[in-house]
Design a protein around this ligand. Structure first.
Ligand code: GLV
Length: 325
């Protein structure tokens, strides 16, 4: 039996699975563990199951100790993990792709509809007890049918977003380092274009790329200038892909029509400038937040940790498995 430390609360199916194989210590308070507590909590672990709110760097890996073999992140994004620090210490890192694709695409699509149709704004009217009346020109938004959706990063979630868009009558452009197969392009009616062309021609730009040094502030002042003044930005990927201050400035200058954001540059803080803008929809990082999805994520992370500790290949590694090239 190995020792697994779970650094935050996860659904019981994942925890029970871990407990059937190993000795498990799990942080079970409602509040997130502090960094200082975390450094002590992980000591002696053979495996860590981590959340996206934890920074997994050399300091944390060293605090766990030399016996550490796996870090199983309960998230598809793994920008919270210093992959090089894992590799140099022979620690395998894993993530949870696949199981959250549909829930996250649902979130992006909802953000798009809420922003373009001004539904958040409408809800705020009623909740603030502001008098209102049906009117031919009251709170008119932009219909998405016949409009162009620009997908930045056509991985699994980007593709799932494109499928939804096609079903709603949108046409799809995408950018990304790797072209989709002709079959998938045909199924989605999607066309690969240069980033600049996507920005200039899309009515909605939706971000689905990973957060990497190369995608830091991918959307900044210059990119907002390229967008149509009638276009919307949707971000359900990672906050720092967008220069939030530049987004606020662009919205104030009318360089784009609005935005739907599930993620923020300095979570849980949100740029003050966004809070009072009625053309911006803000969600508190709910991308994968369904009971079914979070359960599947916890179980996949547990499967990954158990596999590595048993000497098997993990299901979804993000680092090369030590000793296997
Ligand atoms: C959520 O943001 C994830 O990366 O899984």
């Amino acid at each position: 039996m190995a020792r697994i430390v779970v650094t935050g609360r996860i659904p019981s199916d994942g925890l029970d699975l871990l407990r059937r194989h190993h000795e498990v210590t799990a942080w079970d308070e409602d509040r997130a563990i502090t960094r200082e507590e975390l450094l002590g909590f992980v000591r002696g672990a053979d495996g860590l199951v981590t959340l996206l709110t934890e920074r997994v760097d050399g300091e944390l890996l060293d605090a766990a100790g030399e016996q550490l073999r796996v870090v199983a992140n309960v998230a598809v994004g793994f920008n919270n993990i210093d992959v090089d620090a894992c590799v140099t210490r022979g620690v395998t890192a894993t993530n949870t792709p696949g199981v959250l694709t549909e829930a996250t695409a649902d979130t992006a699509f909802t953000l798009m509809l809420m922003a373009t149709r001004r539904f958040g704004e409408g809800e705020r009217v009623i909740r603030s007890r502001t008098p209102w009346q049906w009117g031919m020109f009251y709170l008119l938004g932009m219909g998405i049918q016949g409009k162009v959706l620009g997908i930045v990063g056509a991985g699994a979630i980007g593709i799932a977003m494109a499928r939804r868009a096609k079903a709603f009558g949108m046409s799809v452009l995408y950018t990304g380092p790797v072209p989709l197969t002709p079959e998938v392009e045909a199924e989605l009616g999607a066309r690969r274009v240069e980033f600049g062309e996507l920005l200039r021609t899309s009515d909605v730009v939706s971000l689905h790329c990973p957060y990497l040094p190369e995608t830091h502030h991918l959307m900044g002042a210059h990119e907002f200038e390229l967008m149509k003044p009638t276009a919307y930005l949707v971000n359900s990927a990672r906050g720092p892909i967008v220069d939030e201050a530049a987004l606020v400035a662009a919205l104030q200058a009318g360089e784009l029509a609005g935005a739907g954001l599930d993620v923020f540059e300095n979570e849980p803080s949100v740029h003050e400038g966004l809070l009072d803008m009625d053309n911006v929809v803000l969600l508190p990082h709910l991308g994968s937040a369904t009971t079914e999805t979070r359960t599947a994520m916890a179980v996949l992370a547990a499967d990954n940790a158990i596999a590595v500790l048993a000497g098997r290949d993990p299901v979804t590694p993000v680092t090369p498995v030590p000793g296997r090239g």
